[in-house]
Design a protein around this ligand. Structure first.
Ligand code: HEM
Length: 410
């Protein structure tokens, strides 16, 4: 079945100019060939905004940080992620990434206790524990596939924090089903086109088969936990206890939240860590500074949450790594009602898209955007960081990773 989105009424308004679109496919081919390069080239050619066509649907690319702020921070109620998130919803259901409006606000309140400081402290000890286990296997001179190692590490951490389970025991079964389901991220393009063919030979079909295996596992675990009625200190326990007035979460809602956290928290963190390793391998001076800070603050012991305020350079390294290689590099929304932005009138239904990859490389914002320079995050250096929380989904390590990711992402 295929659902193609209705184009907005562009008869009464003129969308910003953009590249020539081919009949039927629009700009899909150029976009698919090199998504990041294409977006950046369009920003260089068209400046603040450009319109591309995915099939017949116009999508307005917004290239300025202040545009992102307008959409996500100043007018979030006029911009819905429903259609864009539709494809994701088929896999992870109605979690915080795929719902909006009042339902989103209510669910947000219900899951927030899972990210209170005390809980996050216990997740932090799982993080250091599994990291140390991994490091025991690393020896000087070894060649390590860092991307794979970070995937395995973050999946183990996610499994422990979410449902108190060591995924290493199940890496061939459950681990691979999770990876099959979420490891092949759903592109924005797929989201906009929303074409579904559930067959073993399609990427969509393989994801759906993995989803069925994961669902079976999660629903079995939920049933078992409900019968035990004991707080295991993980996110699942907290979700089962969550209550607003008389309302508790149903099995389906618990499942959807768990799936959302796996999807949102696994690939993103694995990629952020992998790119950080890569950048440190390319910039030995930054690596030396980082190691010196870790040595002086930790003196060889594992970090705790309380050490984070004393590790500013570590935070700048992570910020700078995610500026250059943002794990979430595009976001899309649809305008519920007409709006005016930067002198242009946009009709109701307009699809907008922005890219962290492009915005994090704007020379007038960053000065030397291609350089990996953690020091730019030192407040004394006065870097003009765009004052929107969402352009840079950067988490302040000082306040606990997961909590602040939720606060800043939402
Ligand atoms: C490097 C790590 C991460 C990055 C770069 C990142 C990035 C993002 C971005 C850009 C969004 C906004 C999506 C949109 O509105 O279109 C988002 C939302 C979200 N993220 Fe993250 N994220 C990261 C880690 C995590 C982790 C570890 C969790 C774990 C629980 C998480 C949970 C969520 C949730 C639940 C939302 C939806 C929040 C809401 O709408 O209320 N993220 N993230």
């Amino acid at each position: 079945m295929a659902t193609i989105l209705e184009p907005p009424d562009t008869q009464t308004s003129t969308l910003p100019p953009g590249p020539t679109a081919l009949p039927v496919v629009g700009n899909i081919l150029a976009f698919r060939r090199d998504q990041l390069g294409y977006l950046q080239a369009l920003q260089r050619e068209f400046g603040k905004m450009a319109t591309i066509y995915i099939g017949k649907t116009p999508i307005v690319l917004l290239f300025r940080p202040e545009h992102v702020r307008y959409v996500l921070t100043e007018n979030p109620r006029n911009f819905t992620s429903r259609e864009v998130a539709e494809r994701l919803r088929q896999l992870i259901g109605d979690g915080l990434l795929t719902i909006d409006g009042e339902a989103h606000r209510q669910q947000r309140r219900m899951v927030q206790p899972a990210f209170h400081k005390k809980r996050v402290e216990s997740y932090a000890s799982a993080m250091t524990h599994y990291t140390q286990e991994m490091l025991k296997e690393w020896h000087a001179g070894d060649r390590i596939d860092v991307a794979r190692a970070m995937q395995e590490l973050t999946l183990r951490i996610v499994g422990k924090c979410l449902f108190n389970l060591d995924m290493a025991d199940q890496v061939d079964t459950l681990g691979s089903a999770f990876t099959e389901m979420i490891g092949n991220p759903i592109g924005l393009l797929e989201g906009f086109l929303n074409v579904r063919i559930d067959q073993p030979f399609t990427a969509f079909g393989r994801r759906m088969a993995a989803k069925r295996r994961v669902d079976e596992f999660i629903y079995r675990l939920i049933a078992q936990r409900r019968s035990e009625a004991e707080d295991k200190g993980d996110v699942l326990s907290m979700l089962l206890e969550a209550q607003e007035g008389e309302i508790a979460l149903s099995d389906t809602q618990v499942r959807d939240h768990i799936m959302t956290f796996v999807a949102a928290g696994h690939e993103t963190t694995a990629n952020a860590l992998t790119w950080t390793f890569y950048l440190l391998s390319q910039y030995p001076a930054a690596r030396e500074k980082l190691l010196a800070e870790l040595k002086s603050v930790l003196a060889g012991r594992a970090p705790t949450i309380d050490d984070l305020p004393d590790l500013p350079y570590t935070e700048w390294v992570l910020n700078e790594s995610m500026r250059l290689y943002p794990p979430a590099w595009t976001q899309g929304r649809r305008a519920v009602e007409a709006f005016d932005l930067d002198g242009v009138h946009f009709p109701a239904g307009t699809m907008v898209m922005f890219s962290q990859w492009v915005i994090h490389r704007l020379p007038d914002v960053w000065g030397d955007p291609e350089a990996f320079r953690p020091e730019r995050w030192d407040p004394v250096n006065g870097q003009k960081v765009p004052p929107s929380t969402l352009i840079l989904p950067i988490f302040s390590i000082t306040s606990g990773i997961v909590t602040s990711v939720l606060v800043r992402c939402g």
